[in-house]
Design a protein around this ligand. Structure first.
Ligand SMILES: [Mg+2]
Length: 413
């Protein structure tokens, strides 16, 4: 592929959760509104907010009570993830009209490589304008789109004008547009990195670009080199092809617990914990499991393996856990357990997913799939530990150090 003249879009749905809520609650338009976890619960957090709430200082990720201190009139609605998934999918459908290279980043952002569609549509800007208009007309939502020659600048562009806007960053203008921005605007520059950069007088992206690469390497390691390249417009990373599939055939995860597991409930919690990691990988690789295998090792070091086919292809951690527990019924507790492994086996591409409609129980299966997708999106945006199942919060038998990774029989990354 010719990476020299790529046309990449980054589309970001504006105040996504809050905007979707406003479709159903138009009476709140123009008022400060946020979507947040359970208001009864003091620990509920702000998941999204409207521009009006943002102007009052409300921040995503802060506690609801903190937000209310700054903005006493703040309207808080509980999240409706099924609605967000619905609109996210509708937006993806629009993107796929322009390219099959669509790489989601959370539920509301996507990169699109439209290089191959330029002949048909004239320019990246034309495509971006068309997408912006269609999303507004067809979904009653707005997007900000960055158009550039690489992923990093496209993402930066989508942050520059909001809402409902298109920003072009090209090889001619990037020094004028990108370089004056603060260094933390660059993807991957978090608080710690910003601090290190500021300490040696680097304030803007332009400062990063003009600093000797070795200086950055000394203070940030390999990431310093990356930042320097990105600031200079050098980023060859690809937008993942929608149809790309990995050759992974099985994904497994196992651990040795801190102390012996003595009953079914404890075993379930461990399987569920492990299944969540597997589920995340299945989603990332766009794969579904059609079977599950478990391996149990007792404290006497005897080993047993069981496996079964699943009723539906799935990536749901709940369904993987259920299947593991069904298999586990075959274990007769002659001794307590120390090591458990669960594997998703006989993996298939997830574009076979529609076949599940032939089965019964489809409602529950769909609910599980949606739940898993939602958890995945939230974790991707707000961090691995921000959401979990409540029964797992008290699981004190899981080791806290690096878990044993199961060795895959097939090439894996
Ligand atoms: Mg957004």
């Amino acid at each position: 592929m010719n990476r020299k003249n790529r046309v990449i879009l980054h589309s970001d749905m504006n105040s996504f959760y809050a905007s979707v809520e406003l479709i159903d609650y138009p009476q709140y338009k123009g008022l400060p509104l946020a979507v947040g976890g359970d208001e009864e619960n003091r620990h509920g957090i702000i998941l999204a907010k409207t521009l009006e709430a943002k102007k009052m200082g409300v921040k995503t990720g802060e506690a609801i009570w903190e937000a209310k201190k700054k903005c006493p009139n703040l309207i808080i609605l509980p999240p409706h993830y099924e609605k967000y998934l619905y609109y996210s999918k509708k937006a993806h459908d629009i993107y796929y009209d322009y390219t099959n290279q669509v790489e989601p980043y959370g539920m509301d952002e996507c990169w699109l490589d439209v290089t191959g569609s330029i002949k048909l549509f004239e320019s990246g800007e034309k495509i971006a304008e068309e997408i912006r208009n269609r999303i507004k007309k067809e979904l009653s939502l707005t997007v900000s789109i960055g158009v550039s020659f690489n992923k990093v600048f496209a993402k930066l562009g989508s942050d520059m004008k909001k809402p409902d806007a298109v920003t072009i960053i090209n090889k001619e203008n990037f020094k004028n547009i990108v370089w004056p921005l603060k260094c933390e605007e660059l993807i991957m520059v978090g608080k710690a990195t910003k601090k290190k950069l500021n300490k040696i007088g680097i304030k803007t992206i332009g400062d990063i670009a003009k600093t000797k690469v070795n200086i950055l390497k000394n203070i940030l390691g390999i990431n310093g080199v990356k930042l320097w390249k990105w600031a200079n417009g050098i980023d060859d990373s690809e937008v993942r092809d929608y149809h790309y599939k990995s050759s992974v055939k099985t994904i497994g995860h196992g651990i040795t617990t801190k102390s012996d597991l003595v009953n079914d409930n404890e075993v379930r919690d461990v399987f569920q914990e492990l299944a969540q990691d597997i589920s995340r990988k299945l989603i990332e690789y766009e794969l579904l499991a059609t079977g599950v295998a478990i391996n149990v090792r007792s404290n006497l070091l005897t080993r047993k393996t069981f496996q079964k086919k699943l009723a539906y292809p799935t990536f749901s951690s709940l369904e993987l856990t259920e299947a593991a527990m069904e298999l586990f019924k075959q274990y007769d507790w002659n001794s307590n357990l120390r090591t458990l492994t669960i594997r998703a086996i006989d993996l298939i591409d997830d574009n076979y997913a529609f076949q599940v409609c032939m089965f019964e129980n489809i409602k529950e299966h769909e609910r599980n799939i949606k739940l898993e997708n939602t958890i995945y999106s939230i974790r991707k945006k707000h961090g691995e530990n921000c959401i979990t199942y409540c029964n797992l919060l008290v699981n004190d038998k899981m080791p806290t150090d690096d878990r044993e990774k199961v060795i895959m029989p097939y090439s894996y990354n």
